[in-house]
Design a binder for this molecule. Structure first.
Ligand SMILES: Nc1ncnc2c1ncn2[C@@H]1O[C@H](COP(=O)(O)OP(=O)(O)OP(=O)(O)O)[C@@H](O)[C@H]1O
Length: 603
C-alpha cells in the first residue's frame, strides 16, 4: 500500500493526533499502521494500544483490517486491542464501580432486559404526542428507574456506562494513571459522534495517554443523542494535537464518482450530470412493484459481482427506518409472485427475538421443574413488555397485563376448586404449552430448538405464533456456535436441558460483547444509521413511498428525508444520506418513488 502524503504525516507525528478525512480517506487504515508502529517502538511489557469504537461492526472491520495488513508482524498485531466503548466501560465498572457507591456484584442489563425493566415506568405515559412537560417527566422517571436498578439491584444499563465511568475516572487519579499505564496510546474512532459523557471519559484518559482521534465532521449523524459540532474544537483546545487532513483522498471507491456524489449531496449542488458508480432509478409507488424493482436490482448487482469474481462479495440494502428493514426482509424471504427469494441477513431490532428465544429456551426445559409454568408466564409477559424496546406500544403492554391478570385469575379459581373459565384468554396458550410437554426431545440442540419453535408456529395461540416467527431472526444457534455446544453439554450432563434458559441468557450477553463476529457478506438489510463505519461491494438505498388514503393527504413515511419535505432536508439528513452512499466500493444504487423522488436528489 502506498501511503498518501497525509497518511505519511500521521506516521511521522509523535504527539496527540486529530486525523480528519472524508469517507474512505483511509483514517482507520492509517491509525492501525500507526498503532503497529507505536507497538514496535514504544511499548513496554504488559502494555497495549487501545482502539475504541462505537459499534461492533466497526470493531470487526478494524480487526479484519489488522489481519489483512501483511506488513505488520503478528506479535505487534496482538498488541492492538480493539474494543467498543461499551465493553471497555463495562470492564472499568465491574472492577471499580464500588468506588462510586455501586454494589460489588454488578450484572449488565442488555437492551432487551432494560426494555422489560423500564416498561412499567414507561407505561405510565402516553405513547404518542407527548407534551413537552410529559416528555420531561418521562425522562426523569426513566432516569430514576435506571439509577435505582443500578444502585439497588446492581443492574447497569448502557446509558449509564459513560456517566459512571466518567465519575470513577474524575474521582481517582490513581485509576486514571492505572489505565494509562496499561494503554499509553488510545485511538478514538468516529470521534465526531462522541457525546458529552463519553467526552468526559476521553478527557480523563487523555491526561496521561496519547490520544489519536479519527473524525469526519460531516459524518456526524448522532446529534439526536448528544454528538456536538463543537467537539473537534474542544479536542484541539485541550490536547493541542497535530491536525492532519486526509479529506481529498478516496481509497474506498477509487475509479468511481461515489465520493464526489456524496459530497455533492452534502452541498445540495450537483457538479456533474452523471456519476460513475451511481445509479438512480425510480419505482411505482405500490408495494408489489416497489419490491419487485428492489429485487431485480439485487439480482443484477449479485450477477455483476459474481461475473467479476469478487470474493466474499457483499451487498447492503440500506433503508431509512426499522419498519422498512422488516418489510424488505420479509419481501426478500417471500417475494411477489414469480420472483425467487433472496437469501440475506437483516439487522432487525433484537429485543423481540431475544425475549422470544428466552421463552423457547425455557420450553426446552422439562415442565416438571419447579414453577415451570409460572416462569413461562413471566417470560411471555416479558416478551410483550420488552418487544418494542424503548418505545413499547400500548397494545403490547396491555397484552402483558391481560396475560398476567388471566393467569392470576386461573390460580385463584384453582385455589377455590373451581374450573377454569372456558373463555379465559390463556386457553390456547395453555394447550400449546401442554403440547410442548409431550414432545420427545433428542439432545441435539438444533433439532430440538426447531421442534419447539415449529410447535409454537403451528399451534392455536397467536401470541406464541408471533414469538416463533420473531425467533427466526436469532442466529446464535449456527453450526459450531458456543451456544449449541453449551446446550449439548447440558443435555449430556443432565439427560435433559436443565439450564437452557440460563445458558441462552448468558450467550446473549457474551454475544453482545464479542468482537469476533464474522465479516458481513452476501446480502444484508439494515437501517441507514447502522451502516456507519462499514463498507460493501455494492449498496442499494431503498426508501418508502407515499401512501394515498381517500380524503387524506398522501402519507409519506419511511423516507430518507422525513416526509420527504424540503423543510426537513437539513444538514443531518444530508450527512446521513452521504454516509449511506459512500459505503459502496463499486456501485451505489438509489431507488426512489417515481411520483415523489427523494428531495435530496432534486437540484
Ligand atoms: N493509502 C492507501 N492505499 C490504498 N488503499 C487504501 C489506502 N488507505 C486506505 N485504503 C483502503 O481504502 C478503504 C477505506 O479506508 P478506511 O476504512 O481506512 O477509510 P476511513 O477514512 O476510515 O473511512 P470511513 O470514514 O468512511 O469509515 C479500505 O478498504 C482501505 O484498505
Amino acid at each position: 500500500m502506498r501511503l498518501s502524503e497525509g497518511q505519511k504525516a500521521v506516521m511521522a507525528s509523535d504527539k496527540n493526533l486529530l486525523v480528519i478525512g472524508g469517507p474512505g480517506s483511509g483514517k482507520t487504515t492509517i491509525s492501525i499502521l500507526k498503532a503497529s508502529e507505536i507497538a514496535q517502538r514504544e511499548i513496554a511489557p504488559g502494555q497495549k494500544i487501545l482502539f475504541l469504537s462505537f459499534a461492533r461492526a466497526t470493531v470487526t472491520r478494524v480487526a479484519e483490517a489488522i489481519d489483512a495488513e501483511k506488513s505488520i508482524p503478528a506479535e505487534y498485531k496482538a498488541l492492538i486491542e480493539v474494543e467498543t466503548y461499551h465493553s471497555f466501560f463495562w470492564k472499568i465498572l465491574k472492577t471499580h464501580g464500588y468506588l462510586i457507591g455501586l454494589p460489588r456484584r454488578l450484572t449488565l442489563l442488555t437492551p432487551a432486559g432494560e426494555a422489560v425493566a423500564m416498561s412499567e415506568v414507561r407505561s405510565a405515559f402516553p405513547i404518542r404526542s407527548l407534551t413537552e412537560d410529559q416528555k420531561s417527566a418521562k425522562r426523569d422517571a426513566e432516569s430514576i428507574q435506571r439509577t435505582r436498578l443500578a444502585n439497588e439491584d446492581g443492574k447497569v444499563c448502557f446509558d449509564l456506562y459513560a456517566p459512571y465511568v466518567g465519575k470513577i475516572l474524575e474521582g481517582s487519579v490513581k485509576i486514571r494513571a492505572l489505565i494509562s499505564t496499561r494503554y499509553p496510546t488510545i485511538i478514538l474512532d468516529e470521534f465526531q459522534d462522541t457525546n458529552a459523557a463519553q467526552w468526559s471519559v476521553v478527557k480523563a484518559l487523555g491526561e496521561f495517554s496519547r490520544l489519536i482521534s479519527l473524525a469526519d465532521p460531516e459524518q456526524r449523524i448522532y446529534d439526536w443523542i448528544g454528538a456536538d459540532p463543537a467537539r473537534l474544537d474542544q479536542f484541539k483546545e485541550i490536547f493541542h494535537p497535530d491536525v492532519i487532513d486526509l479529506s481529498t483522498d478516496n481509497h474506498r471507491s477509487r475509479g468511481t464518482d461515489i465520493a464526489v456524489f456524496g459530497n455533492d449531496i452534502l452541498k445540495g449542488q450537483f457538479s456533474q450530470s452523471s456519476y460513475e458508480g451511481i445509479d438512480i432509478a425510480t419505482f411505482e409507488a405500490f408495494p408489489a412493484p416497489a419490491v419487485t424493482t428492489l429485487i431485480t436490482t439485487l439480482y443484477a448487482a449479485r450477477s455483476r459481482l459474481v461475473t467479476a469474481k469478487v470474493k466474499d462479495w457483499s451487498i447492503a440494502v440500506l433503508v431509512p427506518t426499522k419498519k422498512l428493514t422488516r418489510l424488505v426482509s420479509d419481501a426478500l424471504r417471500s417475494p411477489p409472485a414469480g420472483l425467487n427469494g433472496i437469501p440475506h441477513s437483516a439487522a432487525v431490532e433484537m429485543e423481540a427475538p431475544i425475549l422470544g428465544a428466552e421463552l423457547i429456551a425455557h420450553l426446552l426445559q422439562r415442565q416438571n421443574q419447579p414453577n415451570h409454568f409460572s416462569l413461562f408466564i413471566d417470560l411471555l409477559c416479558n416478551y410483550f413488555l420488552g418487544k418494542g424496546g424503548g418505545d413499547p406500544t400500548q397494545t403490547a403492554l396491555k397484552e402483558a397485563s391481560t396475560i398476567r391478570r388471566s393467569y392470576e385469575e386461573n390460580i385463584q379459581r384453582e385455589a377455590e376448586g373451581r374450573a377454569l373459565r372456558q373463555r379465559n384468554v390463556l386457553v390456547n396458550t395453555i394447550s400449546v404449552y401442554n403440547k410442548i410437554g409431550t414432545l420427545s426431545l433428542v439432545g441435539d440442540p438444533d433439532t430440538d430448538w426447531k421442534l419447539v419453535r415449529e410447535t409454537l408456529a403451528e399451534g392455536a395461540c397467536s401470541r406464541l405464533k408471533e414469538i416463533a416467527n420473531e425467533v427466526r431472526n436469532v442466529r446464535l444457534l449456527e453450526r459450531g456456535s458456543q451456544l449449541r455446544q453449551d446446550l449439548a453439554q447440558d443435555w449430556r450432563e443432565n439427560g435433559s436441558y436443565r439450564n437452557a434458559l440460563e445458558i441462552v441468557r448468558l450467550a446473549f450477553v457474551k454475544d453482545h460483547f464479542s468482537t469476533n463476529t464474522r465479516p458481513e457478506s452476501g446480502v444484508v438489510v439494515m437501517n441507514m444509521h447502522k451502516a456507519k463505519g462499514k463498507q460493501f461491494d455494492e449498496v442499494v438505498i431503498f426508501e418508502g413511498w407515499p401512501i394515498y388514503r381517500k380524503g387524506q393527504p398522501p402519507f409519506n413515511g419511511d423516507r430518507i428525508v422525513r416526509f420527504n419535505s424540503r423543510e426537513m432536508a437539513d444538514s443531518q439528513s444530508r450527512q446521513n444520506f452521504r454516509v449511506s452512499i459512500t459505503r459502496g466500493k463499486r456501485r451505489t444504487t438509489i431507488l426512489t418513488p417515481k411520483v415523489d423522488p427523494c428531495v435530496l436528489l432534486i437540484p
